[in-house]
Design a protein around this ligand. Structure first.
Ligand code: CDP
Length: 215
């Protein structure tokens, strides 16, 4: 039987990561944060000191970079040239370069291939920006988790993270390659007034309706 993909997309700090993780735990699927792969390459670019607005520098670095995407205890992992960037994935320098690096189609192609490869081995709940529109466009299980810009900015602040989410949202939504948009047929959940449990139960409720989850 073919493995199953549940796609969860949405803007920064909409809560999609925590929701995806919980749904994966509930179903015994692997949770994959596709943003971590873009962040890993952005981290590599910061280490290499390249100008991420210069396409030729980005593509040269891409050619020299090996990604190894795997899984540990139900959670996706990523190594870049054999190194796990760990906590560095959420550092300021990565937050401010990741959306620029994610605009290059060649970068996206490499990472989308790595994302799709998960289905060769396991069922996944994958979250990101283009999972329902591009990576697993064929899956019937698609969600778009949103929240107002004010609520999202507040959530990031509460995490103590300096993150220009408005800038990233603008870049992610206006780029040519795979812009952030709710996939056709995606169940849209506005989490502004909902807590984690409520969003998770909305997602599981929809999956139950679709016959993926039993009562
Ligand atoms: O955690 P947060 O939602 O803020 O971001 P993330 O999922 O870690 O993604 C970081 C950045 O990677 C996004 O702002 C996008 O620029 C890019 N990204 C993407 O282009 N496509 C994806 N499927 C996932 C992330």
């Amino acid at each position: 039987m073919k493995n199953i993909a549940i796609a969860i997309d949405g803007p920064a700090a909409s809560g999609k990561s925590r929701v995806a993780r919980r749904v994966a735990e509930d179903l015994g699927y692997v949770f994959v944060n596709s943003g971590a792969m873009y962040r890993a390459f952005a981290w590599q670019a910061v280490q290499a000191g390249i100008d991420v607005t210069d396409e030729s520098q980005v593509l040269t670095l891409l050619a020299d970079t090996k990604f190894e995407c795997g899984e540990c205890e139900g959670v996706g992992t990523v190594l870049v040239n054999g190194v796990d960037p760990g906590e560095a994935l959420t550092e300021d320098a990565v937050n401010s370069t990741v959306s620029a690096i994610a605009t290059y189609p060649e970068v996206r192609e490499r990472l989308v291939a790595a994302q799709r490869a998960y289905l060769d081995h396991c069922n996944v709940v994958m979250e990101g920006r283009d999972i329902g529109t591009v990576v697993f466009a064929d899956t019937p299980y698609k969600f778009y988790i949103d929240a107002s810009p004010e609520v999202r900015a507040q959530r990031r602040k509460a995490q103590g993270i300096v993150d220009s989410i408005a800038d990233r949202d603008r870049q992610d939504s206006t780029r040519k390659a795979s812009p952030l948009v709710a996939a056709e047929g995606a169940e849209v959940v506005d989490s502004s007034e909902l807590d984690l449990e409520q969003v998770v139960s909305r997602v599981l409720g929809k999956l139950r309706e679709q016959g993926l989850v039993s009562e």
